[in-house]
Write a protein that binds this ligand. Sequence first.
Ligand code: SF4
Length: 339
Amino acid sequence: MDKLLIPRPKSAGIILSYKCTSICKHCMYASSPYWSSDWISLEQLEHTIYMLSETIVSSSFDPKNVGVNVGLHFTGGEPFLNYNLLVNAVKIARKYDIPSVFVETNCFWSTDDNIVRDRLIELKNFGLDGVLVSVNPFLLEYIPFERTERTINIGYEIFRQNLMVYQEYYRMLFKKLNIKATLSFEEFLKKAGPTWVHYIELLPMGRAVYKLDMLFRKYPAKYFFGQSCYHELTRDWHIHIDNYGNYVPGYCGGISLGNLKDFETLFNGLFLNELPIIKALAKDIKILYEMGVKDFGYKENVEGYISKCHLCLDIRKHMVEKGCKFNELKPIEFYRNLS
Ligand code: SF4
């Protein structure tokens, strides 16, 4: 395989910046307050939305219908940290008639009913189709649950079924446990008991591989040998483009298939000889492991790995820490914000 053919994305998220109010243990993009305030410029934002306008497809129900992996969403980091930019993003999306546009939020800003109502009505009037509210015990360490509830309740008045809660299971659990404020993860574990973990969706990638590894069984590196990431790298149903223009496949934080400025050439096929990490991952993760050991002195984690993404990320992180400069390992700050 000399070339990797990337299909045009049907749905995408635009990372307005990686900056966030929280350092959630499960964050796939290693967002945190410590990231530089490199918000996407208006010019780049318009270029990104214009490029995506040719490829994003509408929900099969209705162009105004939203879904977690449908249409276009604005994310981060936390988009409401730069509300003016978010307003502009919504206006530009409307200008290019993008279907199923929503914003994802951690609700840190939902301190008052009037603020929430005013902002959500304003965004809807500018063309926003929906809102996705994140609810999970990792965010609960930073955001009082009463703010989350406020956004959900007022958001539902304004957006009805286009107010999405991800994940509803946690909302019900927090209500049942009568949680109102923040709660440390350790306290949550004590309150919720051991069974909650069976009912949730938690992707074993990004920061979770270091902060939540105790929730998973671990395996030696060779357990994952023979696995390829071809399908994740060539996924068309959902990709992300970050504020630096990196084309991030699927949910693979810290990997860039190219830059948005080369949007057209990206879909002519990637020359794998110029992208050794992608080349290895598209074939067999064992090749990445051997490259890490032989060329960069990587040592296997004796405690094991919770997933192939854990192995992949640990090797990539090691390479970056050794000062390696691969075009596909971007942004570098991602690797510095994992822990
Ligand atoms: S192993 Fe790496 S490339 Fe493959 S899906 Fe996981 S993070 Fe992405």
